[in-house]
Design a protein around this ligand. Structure first.
Ligand code: ZN
Length: 205
């Protein structure tokens, strides 16, 4: 299992921690961006990270994992793989489903995924900045009839400040400052925030 230090080393090794001036998907600005996809692109690392995250919830009964797409999909799959499958009628293990935004930007459960009433769900994401996507995923699961018993992430970049209505655990808590665009010291220095996934960010890095 990973210690916090080992996980940070792994993130550094994969080039997943970047410095600059970023506009995060939450709309907030930050000088540091953590791109978990760069670690999760390696299946053996993804598998180990999934095992470590799943271990934080070993006391809970979990029937299904649900993740907000896209960021949560790979880690959600690996957490589900690592969980004990109780009453697994099909033989496929704990299912890993995902919710995604429709054309209007509303988080929805599509693709024929269904949750039987009282299915115990763990919501899994890669990084919590404001926790907004996880919060939306929790609402979608509850509307679909599931019962969210816990939420997990690889990294909580709020340093533990986010409060969810369910038990929540991140593999590591990092306190990385993020700012409202109106109140961003990097903007005041005159640089322009880039979206980390954009072409500009890639050429500038
Ligand atoms: Zn800014």
């Amino acid at each position: 299992m990973f210690t916090c230090e080992e996980l940070l080393k792994l993130l550094e090794k994969a080039g997943a921690v970047r410095h600059g001036h970023f506009e995060l998907s939450s709309g907030l600005h930050s000088g540091t961006y953590v791109q978990c996809a760069l670690v999760l692109q390696y299946p053996r690392f993804a598998e180990k990270l999934g095992q470590a995250l799943a271990a934080l919830f070993s006391d809970a009964r979990i029937d299904a994992v649900v993740s907000p797409a896209l960021g949560g999909v790979i880690i959600g799959q690996e957490v589900a793989r690592a969980l004990p499958a109780l009453g697994d009628a099909i033989g496929g293990g704990v299912p890993a489903m995902f919710v995604e935004r429709d054309g209007s930007g509303t988080m929805t459960m599509r693709r024929g995924f269904t949750l039987k009433p009282d299915t115990h769900v763990l919501v899994v994401e890669d990084v919590w900045t404001t926790g907004g996507s996880t919060q939306e995923a929790i609402s979608v699961v509850e509307e679909a009839g599931g019962r969210v018993v816990a939420a997990g992430a690889l990294i909580d970049r709020s340093g533990g400040k986010i409060e969810f209505p369910v038990e929540s655990n991140a593999l590591i808590e990092l306190l990385i400052e993020s700012y409202e665009p109106d109140d961003c010291p990097l903007c005041r220095q005159g640089t322009v925030a880039v979206k980390p996934g954009s072409r500009y960010a890639r050429s500038a890095s």
